[in-house]
Design a protein around this ligand. Structure first.
Ligand code: 9PG
Length: 482
């Protein structure tokens, strides 16, 4: 069958052959249906929009002349992307894929259900659901309009006012303790933050979500101090992640996600240890995680950063239906708490998350070349990786509050140049999600002034091109980093 795209203004017409059941036209394109759909671009394209699976996974336009390179070490693949995408010798994307035509217009194939992948090969866009059938959107036209048309068909949840927050991770990492956080709390008290979020480092172990010895008065105590200052209290959790030595693994070996032979499915490698996932299809696991959410809410936390969520969807697209059910349960349990999903399968999180991290971690440096170049890993911490993937997911702003990760204002303990910091700061301005980890005591008076302005003033943002934006009075160009 041939689907016709016409552009009345420019009197152009494009006929696109497809192998799929067509359900009819929708604004900006057509609806298709099938387990597998094939779309043949009537033009040769080298540029393919490759959408990574979860928050940290590479999302950018790739050149189809060069096949994907293997990511090392292998032990890190499960936390970098849908393992299938990383094992394939061709360019597959998660949920959607697109070609850029000779005139700069875009032909986009995007799944409307969860658990799909899209291959880009020569003139072929091949979409496939890992399990069962589903619907697809096929659109052609101006790049921004096509992505917007697709986004309008995906689930939405827009909570009011993206948050302004202080987060402990990118200054102290896991070396946090009660006295330190109380000190920072005093420092930030005068600044227009809404949330004070405690990150990784408070818990006894993965799977053992009780305060460690560095938090002698407990987490409810801290939440109360935070609220006294007029902030909402935020807490980091990785609810579906464990390490082989977690007490939870000994107590409930049957909760671990395993393959057909009973071996734990690898969930990555971090904190110097291999990672395992809890089986999100197991009702007892869901009860356990729901209990955890209830517990931290009762401690007084109503902003939850739920991290490493891909673990609940492993082994990849095949696990997304199960993931979504699990997260629906958490959403219900959390009530009106703000849920920031991180390390999370992107499309399967829409409609459930309030905030969604859409790129890798930032760091107080531009790039770690050993990891990005020699290990061919575009998901490691650093501003360059974070900006690249975040830029290509800004079209999700109409569906969820997108979190570009924190901005830096400090020169202390940082290798960033002011121009680099500015590029990340502007991401906060474009998304409205304004966060930093800088303790005010690390800042010079000018830097503090800058942070104050960032938090208290919203700037007008106008796209001038795919990678150029006017932000307030300034024009920022991100094209060089791609
Ligand atoms: C806490 C951190 C912070 C951060 C999260 C997440 O190995 N990895 O691939 C990997 C990726 C991201 C990551 C940690 C490890 O960071 O994004 O904001 O909360 O966890 O540990």
């Amino acid at each position: 069958m041939r689907l016709e795209f016409s552009d009345p203004l420019r009197e152009s017409r494009l006929e696109v052959p497809v192998l799929a059941e067509a359900l009819g036209p929708v604004p900006g394109g057509y609806l298709l249906r099938g387990r597998e759909v094939r779309v043949f671009a009537p033009f040769a394209s080298k540029r393919f929009f490759r959408h990574g699976w979860q928050s940290w996974s590479l999302t950018t336009w790739v050149d189809l002349t060069f096949p994907p390179k293997p990511l090392f070490p292998e032990a890190r693949r499960p936390q970098a992307d849908d393992p299938f995408l990383l094992e394939a010798s061709e360019w597959w994307g998660s949920g959607l894929g697109a070609f850029e035509g000779p005139d700069g217009k875009v032909l986009l194939l995007g799944a409307l259900g969860v658990g799909a992948r899209v291959l880009g090969r020569e003139d072929l866009l091949l979409g496939r659901y890992a399990e069962g059938e589903g619907e697809w959107f096929l659109g052609y036209g101006d790049r921004m309009e096509v992505f917007a048309a697709y986004g309008r068909l995906l689930p939405r949840r827009l909570s009011k006012g993206p948050p302004r927050l202080w987060c402990s991770w990118y200054s102290f990492y896991n070396r946090i303790h009660e006295a330190l956080l109380l000190e920072v709390l005093e420092e930030v008290a005068g600044l227009p933050f809404e949330v004070f979020q405690i990150d990784d480092g408070w818990q006894r172990a993965l799977g053992d979500w009780e305060p460690n010895e560095r938090f002698p008065r407990g987490m409810a105590f801290l939440a109360e101090r935070i609220r006294e200052k007029g902030f909402r209290a935020g807490l980091w959790l990785a609810p579906f992640l464990v390490t082989p030595d977690s007490p939870l693994v000994r107590a409930h070996p049957e909760w671990i996600l395993r393959d057909g032979e009973g071996r734990p499915i690898p969930a990555g490698f971090n904190w110097g240890k291999p990672l395992y996932a809890l089986d999100s299809g197991n009702e007892e696991v869901l009860d356990h995680v729901a209990g955890l959410v209830r517990k931290v809410r009762a401690w007084g936390y109503d902003y939850l950063k739920l991290d490493f969520l891909y673990a609940a969807a492993l082994p990849g697209a095949e696990g997304e239906v199960r993931y979504r059910k699990a997260m629906e349960r958490i959403r219900e349990e959390a009530g009106d708490a703000y849920l920031l999903f991180c390390g999370a399968p992107i499309l399967a999180s829409l409609g459930l998350a309030d905030g969604l991290r859409v790129g890798p971690d930032v760091a107080p440096y531009w790039d770690n070349e050993d990891r990005s170049f020699w290990l061919q890993d575009p998901t490691g911490p650093g501003l360059r990786n974070a900006l690249r993937t975040t830029l290509h997911r800004l079209w999700l702003r109409e569906n969820v509050q997108v979190d570009p990760d924190v901005a830096f204002f400090r020169s202390r303990f940082s290798l960033l140049f002011p121009e680099e910091m500015r590029l990340q700061e502007a991401m906060g301005e474009m998304t409205g999600f304004k966060a930093t980890s800088d303790p005010p005591s690390w800042l010079s008076p000018e830097e503090r002034e800058r942070l104050w302005a960032f938090l208290s003033r919203d700037k007008e943002v106008k796209p001038l091109g795919p990678y150029r934006f006017r932000v307030g009075e300034e024009v920022l160009d991100y094209a060089f980093l791609l």
